[in-house]
Design a protein. Structure first.
Length: 117
């Protein structure tokens, strides 16, 4: 069973950058698409970005397009989310997930990202 652990969250000023990581253990994630999601209290979880198994295809939410970049290093069993030009509305808990059978069914515990104005 694969386990996902996010890291790299923290406090950053508006306009700044942060990179969060999602390290997998237990089995390889190289055959699976991966995604990043975020959630704030009282709101539903929101899709942020996704990447295909080999990194050849990516997709983004409109709210982060042009500012965030998803990438992966299958040799390190890790997925990344580079976040630039951060805004206060990007504040959330960011979680990664593995897509299997057409749905995201393995999740990490999340890492808090806070953007101050």
């Amino acid at each position: 069973q694969v386990q996902l652990v996010e890291s790299g969250g923290g406090l950053v000023q508006a306009g700044g950058s942060l990179r969060v990581s999602c390290a997998a253990s237990g089995r390889t994630i190289s055959l699976y698409s991966m995604g990043w999601f975020r959630q704030t209290p009282g709101k539903e979880r929101e899709f942020v970005a996704a990447i295909s198994w080999n990194g050849g295809s990516t997709s983004y939410a409109d709210s982060v397009k042009g500012r965030f970049t998803i990438s992966r290093d299958n040799a390190k069993n890790t997925v990344y989310l580079q976040m630039n030009s951060l805004k206060p509305e990007d504040t959330a808990v960011y979680s990664c997930a593995l897509q299997k059978g057409g749905k995201y069914d393995v999740w990490g515990q999340g890492t808090q990202v806070t953007v101050s104005s």
